[in-house]
Ligand binder design. Structure first.
Ligand code: NIG
Ligand code: FE
Length: 420
């Protein structure tokens, strides 16, 4: 099937260089083609150009016969690659607005966790929910994320905290992978908190000796995560868990330096993590740890906003020449939102990223942070055709500026329109 999209006011994130990630100054160069067209063949982008050279392109691309199965008038709107969200926890049961109120009354995230709230609260609820119920709830969340333009999502386990419930979560993620046009990758996060009834060391042993081999045997996880932070898992425990995961081909994407500068970035980079995420308490010294590595620092500005805590030093990292990705962290405790447009706005407003930098942090660099940037995250010939068309807007900067206005008119996933 061949689809022609024409009258595109601005085709954004055009990528003719095949870069897998953008770093430092590169992040501010967002390539746009004005007054453009794009052709999609089946699931993939086949070509693009400006309306002025359409007739020449038609000849070159063998489309002189003019045969198009679908013609889409973008009516002057912008076309952007779908948002990529490389850090979420969207498989969970119920909600935790009680803790939201506790926080307003002055309790900290760590205090709530210590009282048996937080992650353990969600683990209790998940234990009593059926696989079907979890699937239905998570699908509702994904559909909302799709309507807001997200086309690739990483989903973590980590509310099971015993072997059976961790497997239950991962099977739900697998079913979502198989049933959605959105690209989903899964991450095993057994070490999110110590499960009820276990000592710290028994739980770490359980993760290493039982959970990882079972997850590995069933092929349920692409990546492995550990909440390496003060009060959760130490860098030494993290290293042991990551080594066990590596034996099953699970590359790390870890929670690091959220609550304290706790060694998470160092252990992540040492274990070739694809990403280190959160970083709200990251020390400047870690910029040097990250330099020259393949690890993508990933900021979660929605979490800082919702928890009213410091933001990751993303501006500093970009100024130091690093790449940065952003993600929603959608979860019931610290960020009950998967709105990547709002994340992009927060990255601009609170972390001082330029709109171009924030958009690339949420597209190509976000795709990189989930191992998908060869196929997703920009407008490039051969990439999967996951994109959206906006209403006519004055500029790309308008996207984060209009921070609560819905701008998406049409959404295409794997080359097919998905009705929003
Ligand atoms: O990424 N920081 C650790 N985990 C989650 C929060 C999970 C929860 O509170 O349920 C996060 O913010
Ligand atoms: Fe998280």
């Amino acid at each position: 099937m061949r689809t022609w999209i024409y009258n595109i006011g601005c085709l954004a994130c055009v990528d003719n260089h095949g870069k897998l990630r953008l770093q430092g100054k590169e992040m501010a160069h967002l390539e746009c083609l004005e007054n453009a067209w794009m052709i999609v063949e089946n699931e993939r982008i086949a070509g693009f150009g400006t309306m002025a050279d359409w007739h020449m392109a038609q000849g070159q691309m063998g489309t002189a016969s003019g045969r198009m199965d679908v013609e889409v008038d973008a009516q002057g709107g912008c076309v952007l690659p779908c948002w990529c969200d490389p850090h979420t926890h969207i498989v969970y049961a119920g909600s935790r607005e009680g803790e939201f109120v506790d926080k307003i009354r002055g309790l900290s995230y760590a205090e709530i966790a210590q009282r048996g709230g937080g992650i353990l609260n969600s683990a209790d609820r998940l234990h009593h929910a059926s696989e079907e119920q979890l699937y239905v709830e998570a699908m509702e969340r994904v559909h909302e994320m799709m309507r807001k333009g997200t086309g690739c999502i990483e989903i973590k386990s980590g509310y099971g905290l015993n072997t059976a419930d961790e497997l239950k979560m991962l099977r739900v993620i697998k079913r979502m992978k198989e049933s959605l046009p959105v690209r989903i990758v899964s991450t095993f996060l057994g070490a999110h908190a110590v499960g009820r009834g276990y000592s710290q060391s028994d739980y770490v042993d359980l993760v290493i000796r039982e959970m990882i081999p079972e997850v590995g045997r069933e092929g349920l996880a692409d990546y492995i995560d550990v909440f390496c932070d003060k009060g959760f898992f130490t860098p030494e425990e993290t290293a042991r868990i990551l080594e066990a995961g590596a034996k099953w081909g699970m590359r790390p994407k870890i929670h690091a330096d959220e609550l304290a500068s706790s060694g998470g970035v160092v252990v992540g980079v040492a274990h070739h993590a694809l990403s280190v995420d959160h970083l709200e308490s990251m020390a400047d010294a870690q910029i040097e740890t990250l330099r020259g590595s393949a690890t993508m620092p990933t900021a979660l500005p929605g979490t800082s906003f919702f928890l009213n805590m410091p933001f990751a030093p993303a501006r500093k990292m970009i100024d130091a020449g690093l790449g940065v990705a952003v993600a929603s962290d959608y979860n019931p405790g610290s960020t009950p939102s998967g709105d990547m447009k709002f994340v992009v706005s927060l990255a601009c407003i609170k972390m001082r990223l330029l709109p171009e930098e924030a958009i690339q942090a949420a597209t190509l660099n976000a795709a990189y942070a989930m191992g998908l940037s060869e196929e997703y995250g920009s407008i490039a010939a051969g990439k999967v055709a996951n994109f959206f068309i906006t209403k006519p807007i004055p500029s790309i900067e308008y996207i984060p500026y209009a921070y609560t206005t819905p701008l998406i008119k049409r959404l295409f996933l794997r080359g097919k329109e998905w009705t929003i």
